[in-house]
Design a protein around this ligand. Structure first.
Ligand SMILES: *Cc1c(COP(=O)(O)O)cnc(C)c1O
Length: 470
């Protein structure tokens, strides 16, 4: 269809729009430049529609209705892009949704760190310059049993700086079964290449023996490296070398041993139905020289990469110029110290650190939450959907504990007034987006990762998403 030239002339002028918008209270506080830019874009999209032959009612290009639409467009555009969301996926450590959420008390520390000056790099005893991670080093040593510690930007950075310090221009020996890709294109072999370490793979995918490491050690060997398989597991005919054996070999040959634990946890979570994983303390006790792990996976803290180990090696890492480039900021430090202090009493940690308390929450509690939610929304939904309570499994996520999950309860929603994908999308595009998952033509909201004080918001979101379409 040919574009209607006449209609094109009906598109208002930018300046006329600006004059008409000038006394709108909704737009107060939005810089004029931005309003102008959005108005142009909005008018442009109408022009494109017309040129593409889409039907446009000339009446919709003027008057209050038009201004209302334009204002809504501007307000939507001006919203912050980084938003809070409600995680109803049941994946507790969800990397795409910000991994760990922090306790209230920890947020107070972050608040103060931002609002006031601090002793970030100032030694209050001597009045001289200090180092930022020294403020958490003692705590980390106390909790893990290590001699020394430092903290960098994330665990990927931790692995990089350890390799760069100990194995640059040398060989690092890794079991073939541990050359993992963590996700977000973090691959152990690539990180090794970046650090200048030369990768020497030993063993077969499913089995690696001590003898394989022994035979690969040469005068060029800088490091024996173990990597937690995190997001996958080889089952069946498998064999790995125990830390103690690898450490003994390393000592014998004068080669340090590092272990990238990935998640790294201070408490044994097997009592909550998860697989028994060695804690950081146990790994340190096994004699491994350097251990790295994330701050925001099972530890439940802010994004960080923690490195603990023997003093001689940690001192070398601290002196590496890369350390300056990978350093943590004051918010990380404030958050990490607060989280570590909880771990001084592991029961307190389990209660207060959300990542752990979500794992530990008994299924009866989740069921109660789900039932309360159903009761709360049901009367408002007026037949727009059918809600049922179902058994499900919440995943721990975050590359921690691959196929492991904890029993949970989900609210399964079958909309009658729209498609299930339509509902999923509508909830995802709310002011406070709700992220669930679609399975077998139902939208599932897993209540393990929805906080008690989010139920009202979730209920309001669901009602408005469904009613909007009635
Ligand atoms: C998650 C993970 C990493 C990367 O940690 P980040 O904190 O995300 O940088 C590295 N190694 C292993 C084994 C992991 O599981």
């Amino acid at each position: 269809m040919k574009p209607d030239k006449n209609l094109l002339r009906h598109i208002p002028k930018v300046n006329d729009c600006l004059i008409q918008l000038s006394d709108r209270e909704q737009l107060a506080g939005i810089p004029l430049n931005r309003i102008k830019k959005c108005t142009r874009a909005f008018l442009d999209s109408i022009r494109q529609d017309l040129l593409a032959g889409k039907p446009v009612d000339p009446g919709s290009l003027e008057g209050e209705e038009f201004l209302e639409k334009l204002s809504a467009y501007i307000i939507r555009y001006h919203q912050p892009r980084f938003k809070r969301v409600i995680n109803a996926t049941g994946v507790i450590i969800h990397t795409n949704l910000g991994r760990s959420v922090l306790p209230d008390m920890t947020m107070d520390e972050l608040h103060r760190a931002g609002l006031r000056y601090s002793n970030l790099e100032f030694d209050l005893q001597t009045g001289e310059r200090g180092s930022r991670y020294s403020l958490v080093e003692e705590l980390l040593c106390e909790l893990t049993g290590a001699e020394a510690a430092l903290v960098v930007n994330n665990n990927a950075a931790a692995v990089l700086i350890v390799l760069d310090t100990l194995a640059k221009g040398r060989e690092a020996i890794v079991s073939r079964g541990q050359l993992v890709e963590i996700g977000g294109s973090f691959r152990i072999p690539d990180v090794m290449a970046r650090s200048g370490a030369c990768l020497v793979e030993v063993g077969a995918t499913n089995r690696t023996h001590l003898q394989d490491y022994r035979e690969a050690i040469t005068e060029h060997t800088g490091l024996l490296m173990k990597v937690h398989c995190s997001n996958y597991r080889i089952i069946g005919f498998t064999s790995e070398v125990a830390n103690e054996e690898l450490v003994a070999l390393g000592r014998e040959c004068g080669v340090p041993v590092m272990e990238d634990l990935g998640s790294g946890c201070f408490v044994d979570l097997s009592r909550f139905g998860l697989m028994r994983e060695p804690t950081v303390q146990e790994v340190v006790r096994s004699g491994v020289d350097v251990v790295t792990f994330s701050g925001d996976k099972l530890l439940g803290g802010p994004q960080a990469g923690v490195i603990v180990g023997g003093k001689r090696i940690i001192d070398l890492i601290k002196k590496n110029p890369l350390n300056r480039a990978l350093r943590i900021d004051k918010f990380t430090l404030a958050g990490l110290e607060s989280i570590l202090r909880f771990y001084l009493d592991s029961d307190l940690a389990l209660q207060r650190i959300p990542t752990l308390s979500m794992i530990a929450a008994p299924v009866a509690l989740i069921e109660k939450r789900a039932r309360a939610f159903i009761e709360q929304v049901e009367e408002h939904l007026q037949g727009t959907c059918v809600l049922t309570l179902r058994d499900a499994a919440s995943r721990v996520g975050g590359g921690a504990m691959p196929e492991q999950s904890v029993a949970s309860k989900v609210v399964a929603i079958a909309p009658t007034v729209m498609s299930v994908n339509g509902l999923e999308q509508a909830l995802r595009q709310m002011e406070i987006p709700v992220i669930g998952r679609v399975e077998e033509d139902r939208l599932l909201l897993d209540m393990r990762t929805v906080a008690e004080d989010e139920l009202d918001l979730l209920a309001a979101g669901l009602c408005s998403a469904l009613r909007a379409s009635v």
